[in-house]
Design a protein around this ligand. Structure first.
Ligand code: FE2
Ligand code: FE2
Length: 317
């Protein structure tokens, strides 16, 4: 089913239920921004990922990059919003903006807990903010958008892995943290085509797209590795050899997170690549059912519950 067919189905449903629920643009496009308000309290576990300091600080490093990072993604797409005439893409962009804004907010709350545990997530957040502010000033807008497209590919394949590989769900021992990461993973895949399609619409080409990916990869790993080391230092676990080896093996060893992602990462360099080439339709349907239906992990969490059961899917190939 094409995106347009999915859209038409969704809008038909919208017309039928106009009286009951007034749908937002994002919801019409199958990218519903779900308002969350997670409660990360004092009882959030210190080592919430696999009881392991290395892996917990690794995921916390990624979380520290999200508020500023995702604000940048939104801004780079907004730069081209006025050029979008197609109603479906307009609605998809609205959904993308709404979802990313909510991710930034919830990850900021999650990062505050880490900060209270002595991890300098606020400092990492500020530094990323400065770097991206500089990027906004000195880089051409098309390259900024291409960087977003590249990093959205990262988040999409990483998020897909979180949803597919049961080890992640078993390893996240804190229930609120589990909700946060799975909700974010679901929505990253719901909107994975948006920045890419805007980039194509405004004439973005292969060379810039792949150049931006190489640039983003270098910056991503430098920022993550040094940020992770500083978090471990603050956590006094930088020299915990046993935990570090275990964590390194989980990320880089046989069937580790990054080796598993290698082919999906490299696929980005194929001319003609499109995010929908990685089929996540069934995966997202399963997770929406698991999380959003009555009794699901997020059922009581959503602050705009009338839209919780949205099943429109922009990943339809
Ligand atoms: Fe996000
Ligand atoms: Fe995203």
């Amino acid at each position: 089913m094409t995106n347009k067919q999915v859209y038409r189905m969704t809008t038909t449903t919208a017309t039928e239920t106009t009286k009951k629920v007034r749908m937002t643009a994002g919801e019409r496009a199958g990218i519903p921004p779900r308002r969350m308000d997670f409660e990360f309290g004092e009882d959030t576990k210190r080592y919430w990922y696999a009881d392991n300091s290395f892996l917990t600080t690794f995921w916390t490093t990624l979380s520290a990059l999200f508020p500023e990072g995702e604000t940048f993604f939104v801004d780079t797409v907004k730069n081209y919003r006025h050029e979008i005439k197609d109603q479906l893409l307009k609605d998809q962009v609205s959904g993308f903006i709404g979802q990313e804004a909510m991710h930034s907010k919830e990850h900021a709350a999650f990062n505050d807990v880490a900060e209270r545990n002595g991890l300098p997530t606020g400092t990492l957040d500020k530094e990323v903010g400065w770097l991206l502010k500089l990027g906004r000033k000195i880089l051409p807008k098309k390259l900024q958008l291409a960087i977003t497209v590249a990093l959205e590919h990262y988040t999409a394949i990483l998020a897909e892995q979180l949803l597919r590989d049961k080890r992640h769900q078993e390893n996240i021992s804190d229930p609120e943290a589990l909700k946060l990461w799975m909700w974010h993973a679901l929505e990253e895949n719901e909107h994975k085509i948006v920045a890419y399609d805007v980039y194509q619409l405004v004439g973005g080409g292969y060379f810039l797209r792949t150049f931006a990916m190489l640039l983003a990869t270098v910056f991503f790993f430098v920022i993550v590795i040094q940020g992770h080391a500083r978090l471990m230092w603050a956590d006094r676990s930088l020299f915990n050899i046993k935990a570090n080896l275990k964590g390194l093996w989980f990320l880089w060893g046989w069937k580790g997170l990054f080796p598993t992602l290698t082919f999906k990462y490299l696929d980005y360099f194929r001319p003609g690549f499109h995010p929908n080439d990685h089929d996540t339709v069934q995966l997202l349907d399963d997770w929406r059912e698991k999380m959003l239906q009555d009794g699901g992990m997020l059922a009581d969490q959503i602050k705009n519950p009338s839209h919780a059961h949205m099943t429109g899917n922009t990943s339809a190939a």
